[in-house]
Ligand binder design. Structure first.
Ligand SMILES: Cc1cc2nc3c(=O)[nH]c(=O)nc-3n(C[C@H](O)[C@H](O)[C@H](O)COP(=O)(O)O)c2cc1C
Length: 224
């Protein structure tokens, strides 16, 4: 654990999507990742179902195949009208535009180097999402399902950060989820992947809190 990472607030405000500062030349011990997963599994699950899983991908061949797949998806994403690239172009010049441009450049770095990241972690949940029939309980089901794995995935990133590891939260590969399931031996009909977290030691000492929308534009008290 990093001694300097003293407060929960510091951990929560400085855990970033790390891409350019991933140390691509340093191996990550599996035991360290096991520690992070053990902590992540303390996250809540709907009805205490405990249906979250983590697939750790260390094998170089599998990482290369996942990187190819991710790159293919990214070619399409680049052209999408709501992509970070399009939003950066359409934003008036100013700090928000600069922030989006930085994210776009950082995302490009990740696409080009994904096969070099020493580990990937794929949080999954038992069950196949998106098959809930429409109706009053559809949103309950969706929220309960995602809510039973995404808190654990974020806890994984926090625990990783406290140990000097950086991760990038990514979802692009899910556009080819079934193909990724084939690469990783995940039973696609029974298990849903929800993210892919490239994971490595990070370079540099620490991270700063990011600029976010003002609190008063996003906090609603008693009514919207
Ligand atoms: C649901 C979700 C999906 C994301 N998907 C991707 C992705 O596919 N590729 C990528 O490079 N970053 C992805 N990101 C990372 C975001 O770009 C990043 O969180 C955002 O720019 C804020 O930066 P920060 O995490 O450093 O604060 C994703 C983040 C979230 C929460």
């Amino acid at each position: 654990m990093n001694d300097w990472l003293t407060t929960a607030d510091e951990l929560l405000t400085t855990t970033r999507s790390v891409r350019r500062r991933l140390d691509l030349g340093r191996a990550v011990p599996l035991d360290l990742v096991r520690d992070c997963v053990r902590i992540a599994l303390q996250a809540p699950t709907g009805g205490n179902s405990q249906v979250a899983h983590f697939v750790v991908v260390a094998d170089a061949g599998k990482r290369a195949r996942l990187a190819d797949l991710y790159r293919r998806v990214w070619v399409g994403y680049r052209k999408a009208e709501n992509s970070v690239y399009a939003r950066a172009m359409n934003e008036p010049s100013g700090p928000r535009r600069e922030q989006l441009q930085r994210v776009a450049e950082s995302a490009d770095f990740l696409v080009e180097n994904l096969h070099r990241v020493p580990l990937h972690v794929v949080p999954c949940i038992e069950g196949r999402l998106g098959r809930t029939p429409p109706g009053p309980f559809a949103n309950v089901a969706n929220a309960s399902t995602y809510g039973s794995v995404l808190p654990a995935a974020w806890s994984f990133m926090l625990a990783a950060r406290a140990r000097g590891l950086g991760c990038a939260w990514t979802t692009a590969h899910l556009a080819c989820e079934e193909e990724a399931a084939g690469i990783l031996g995940i039973p696609y009909e029974q298990v849903t992947q929800v993210a892919l977290l490239p994971t490595a030691y990070y370079t540099g000492a620490t991270f700063r809190p990011a600029a976010r929308r003002p609190l008063d534009q996003t906090l609603h008290v008693d009514s919207w």
